[in-house]
Write a protein that binds this ligand. Structure first.
Ligand code: SF4
Ligand code: SF4
Length: 479
């Protein structure tokens, strides 16, 4: 089966229950942001910018658990910020699992190995020696770390620690936006891709379920995405979430008008999204792509859907965020209050017409993936299509994935960071070097690449655009 039976049954049961009760709006996935602090400062991250004044604030553990109960979503995606920084992340994950929900930990991967070492230290007995040996051989754990697992300084505390254990209801959901060069470029730090791969490798050895979480940008090369799926499929990754990046910020349109460019040069429009996702139905056959086939058809431009942002609500330090993960028109203290007070008819795109101009080019999963699952814009046969997809055989790992040239960046001396930084400091570099960094996938280029998409697979972006805009401005100054 493509997805574990118990999980598919949980989700199907939730939908059927609400259909029978004729609940007009209900939650499928809770996007829980216990904090917005992050160890990275990706230039594309809207979160660390929008909530920059409250980066130190956190949602108390009890409140996190209470909001999961409140909205009753069968799946909880713990995101942020970087959720592994949340001091009670173990208690949070285990608390939500205890509620009988499916948990996705949306992480940038940098602390995963540390958390898995904690797990090993908590369960260590000599029976773990062969696993530990393998981890050391694969250079996923150092000799010193292995020794600390065997003989922790405070053995009683290490063995008693609340840890993140492998669980068939839990996925590490690792943010990866491409192969090494691209991913490190997007997160603006060299070495992040390599760490993600090593963390995934370790997680698979220890029996965790792992998914990848990818945002597609205007400069994303679809062929590279396919290569990335092949690579991670070969590594035994259990599934992939993929969503188009999207920038709705009106300020970017101002920027476009100030620079005298066609906004289409700056934004991932619906047409562009459809081009990027032209092969998604094929990818869905080759790889375990999470998301309904109905949503995949929508991304590929084969049908329209109506936004159901209320089905993937976001809760964070300010409350329930409305109307969606991307746009903030308000925060509400309760999920039901948000459902009743927000005028949902004001949002989304219906039959190609945007009800809110900010929604014009949005096709993100948190707005439209549930539309397929819930049967909004239902077409005859959709339920069967979704059922067949979920319950059909899981695609086999891509046997030749080891041939993918995944380490095509800093590992082979082609790091990008110096070049990008040079571009904003040196007009000459902007002319000669950095422009090629951002345009190399779509040669030949006559324009720059400011603005679209976002961090952590969310489709949200702002700061990255500024870097790209600065590069373009420098280039303009020289032309
Ligand atoms: S269409 Fe997109 S931006 Fe608009 S409300 Fe829905 S999810 Fe949010
Ligand atoms: S995109 Fe994700 S990893 Fe990057 S700064 Fe934002 S929350 Fe952190």
């Amino acid at each position: 089966m493509r997805f574990p039976l118990a999980l598919s049954a949980k989700i199907a049961g939730h939908i059927i229950k609400h259909k029978l009760r004729r609940t007009p709006k209900f939650a499928m996935v809770l996007q829980l942001e216990p904090l917005h602090t992050c160890n990275l400062t990706c230039t594309g991250c809207g979160r660390i910018r929008e909530y920059s004044t409250s980066l130190k604030d956190m949602v108390p553990l009890e409140k996190c658990l209470a909001v999961a109960e409140e909205c009753e979503a069968p799946m909880v995606s713990i995101c942020g910020g970087e959720p592994l920084i949340y001091p009670k992340i173990e208690e949070l994950i285990n608390g939500i699992l205890d509620q009988g929900r499916i948990v996705y930990i949306c992480t940038n991967g940098m602390f995963m190995r540390k958390k898995m070492r904690d797990y090993l230290a908590a369960i260590y007995t000599p029976a773990q020696e062969s696993t530990l040996k393998k981890l050391v051989e694969e250079k996923l754990v150092t000799d010193k770390e292995a020794e600390a697992i065997r003989n922790p300084k405070d053995a009683a505390a290490a063995r008693a620690k609340n840890v993140i254990r492998p669980n068939s209801w839990m996925y590490w959901n690792v943010h990866v936006d491409g192969l090494e060069y691209t991913h490190d470029l997007i997160v603006e730090r060299e070495g992040v891709f390599k760490e993600c791969v090593e963390a995934i490798k370790m997680a698979k050895i220890l029996g965790y379920q792992v998914a990848t979480n990818t945002t597609v940008y205007r400069e994303t090369d679809a062929q590279e995405l396919e290569e990335m799926f092949k690579f991670f499929s070969w590594m035994g990754v259990d599934g992939h979430t993929i969503s188009p990046g999207y920038d709705y910020d009106a300020a970017k349109k101002d920027m476009a008008s100030r620079l005298g460019r066609d906004p289409k040069e700056f934004f991932l429009t619906r047409d562009m999204t459809r081009q990027k996702f032209a092969k998604i139905l094929d990818w869905g056959k080759m790889f375990t792509i999470f998301g309904t086939p109905v949503y995949q058809e929508f991304l590929a431009g084969k049908r329209e859907l109506t936004c159901t942002a209320w089905a993937i609500p976001t809760y964070n330090i300010r409350g329930w965020k409305a109307p969606c993960y991307l746009m903030t028109d308000g925060h509400y203290p309760g999920y039901q209050e948000m459902l009743t007070k927000v005028d949902w008819e004001k949002y989304g795109v219906v039959d190609g017409v945007a009800r809110d101009p900010r929604c014009e080019n949005c096709m993100v999963h948190c707005g439209y993936d549930p539309s397929g699952a819930l049967g909004t814009s239902y077409k005859r046969g959709d339920n069967w299509k979704n059922f067949k997809y979920n319950f059909s055989a899981k695609p086999k790992p891509f046997a030749e994935g080891y041939k993918v040239n995944a380490y095509n960046g800093t590992s082979i001396g082609k790091g990008h960071l110096a070049e990008a930084k040079a571009a904003i400091n040196s007009p000459r570099a902007a002319m000669n070097g950095a422009q090629s960094v951002f345009s190399r996938k779509e040669e030949p280029h006559s324009h720059s690449h400011e603005g679209e998409g976002g961090g952590c697979g969310t489709g949200d972006s702002t700061q990255r655009d500024e870097l790209l805009a600065k590069i373009a401005e420098k280039k303009n100054e020289q032309s």
